[in-house]
Ligand binder design. Structure first.
Ligand SMILES: *[C@@H]1O[C@H](CO)[C@@H](O)[C@H](O)[C@H]1NC(C)=O
Ligand SMILES: *[C@@H]1O[C@H](CO)[C@@H](O)[C@H](O)[C@H]1NC(C)=O
Ligand SMILES: *[C@@H]1O[C@H](CO)[C@@H](O)[C@H](O)[C@H]1NC(C)=O
Ligand SMILES: *[C@@H]1O[C@H](CO)[C@@H](O)[C@H](O)[C@H]1NC(C)=O
Ligand SMILES: *[C@@H]1O[C@H](CO)[C@@H](O)[C@H](O)[C@H]1NC(C)=O
Length: 307
């Protein structure tokens, strides 16, 4: 496969660019760039893949064969080159939700069999953004998180989390969506999903349930993305509350809440402290149209040495 070689070419190309731009930079900066670059693979493959949900199987357009698509992780201030290869049957363009930089060619449709490289120059964006296909019908399955970590010499302006977890709220349609579906009405999905899992409430025993595993007294940075085209979602975890720390690619004033209300395309970063009795708790995502609720599970896996 050419992808490794291509990765290497990108690596050397990016290093070269960066050395040019920062010829006076210290070793520290250089190392940050190398480690940051190694942590994000710069290519995405659009392809048709078979998925079974709600007890029926259909072919959907995916990125790298996964639903939702893979996460891209970078650091504040990075310049990111993402080479998108369209191996699917439809022309698609990607939108980088929340990126301030205007991206050349971002309206251009990538035809089947073609590839296109987005060059994204990050400024002060921090936290969580996301990417998705521009057209509503393709965006239902072609989307993923774009996580921007603090720069190597930066800390979070809040207590450092034990780890972080992305939660993408999505929707699933039994029928195939096509170019005819330029808009999607609220309440028209057959299921809502948490990281691709419809959960146990839809009555199909083959469906899987999303589980987030936590350690007792762990502090988690949870990045919640509403990738549902036309539905405001209410998100919560039983017996737990959240501290909101960021919204749509910026830190925000801290506030406490028991549930999050996310408009379509909205992203909220919260801290969740696993400080309840060891056990498991329902995660819920409820569409405002009143359609079916979906569930996941927050599961405590270990007990702390402190108790
Ligand atoms: C997508 O898949 C390609 C090929 O397997 C891989 O090189 C690349 O790292 C993947 N992209 C992401 C963002 O995981
Ligand atoms: C559900 O799972 C069972 C057992 O794995 C399998 O035989 C069956 O075909 C599945 N049904 C559907 C509709 O996917
Ligand atoms: C398409 O990908 C190839 C490597 O696979 C790369 O050399 C070329 O520059 C890419 N084209 C665009 C328009 O990004
Ligand atoms: C998609 O478009 C078809 C044809 O216009 C229509 O029958 C169907 O209801 C649409 N589906 C959704 C989810 O809007
Ligand atoms: C959301 O639904 C409304 C009412 O059906 C419709 O007018 C609008 O175009 C939809 N928006 C999207 C992004 O699908």
């Amino acid at each position: 496969m050419g992808s490794e070689k291509q990765g290497f070419i990108w690596l050397s190309g990016l290093l070269f660019l960066h050395i040019l731009a920062l010829s006076t930079a210290e070793v520290l900066y250089y190392e940050f760039f190398v480690s940051s670059l190694l942590s994000f693979p710069p290519s995405l493959f659009l392809q048709e893949s078979q998925f079974t949900k709600l007890c029926s199987t259909k072919s959907i357009l995916t990125v790298n064969g996964s639903f939702p698509g893979p996460e891209i992780r970078v650091r504040r201030g990075d310049t990111v080159f993402v080479n998108v290869h369209n191996q699917g049957n439809h022309a698609v363009s990607l939108k980088w939700e929340g990126v301030k930089d205007s991206i050349d060619g971002s309206n251009e449709l990538i035809q089947p069999g073609r590839n296109f490289t987005y060059e994204i120059e990050l400024e002060d964006e921090i936290g969580t953004l996301w990417w998705h296909a521009t057209s509503a019908w393709a965006a239902a399955t072609v989307h993923g998180a774009f996580v921007i970590l603090p720069a190597a010499n930066e800390d979070y302006p809040f207590p450092a989390p034990t780890s972080d977890q992305t939660i993408i709220l999505g929707e699933w349609f039994r029928e195939e969506l096509t170019e005819a579906n330029q808009t999607i009405a609220p309440g028209s999905a057959d299921a809502y999903t948490i990281n691709g899992h419809p959960g146990e409430t839809y009555g199909c025993s083959n469906d899987t349930t999303y589980e987030m595993q936590v350690d007792y007294e762990g502090l988690y940075l949870v990045r919640v993305i509403n990738a549902i085209a036309n539905e405001t979602m209410v998100f919560g975890v039983a017996s737990h509350s959240f501290t909101i720390v960021g919204q749509s690619g910026a830190y925000s004033r801290r506030s406490f809440t028991n549930s999050l209300t996310l408009a379509p395309a909205q992203v909220v970063d919260v801290l969740l402290c696993a400080n309840q009795n060891v056990g498991h708790y329902y995660i819920t995502a409820r569409p405002s149209s009143g359609a079916h609720i979906t569930n996941g599970i927050l599961r405590y896996t270990t007990t702390s040495s402190l108790i």
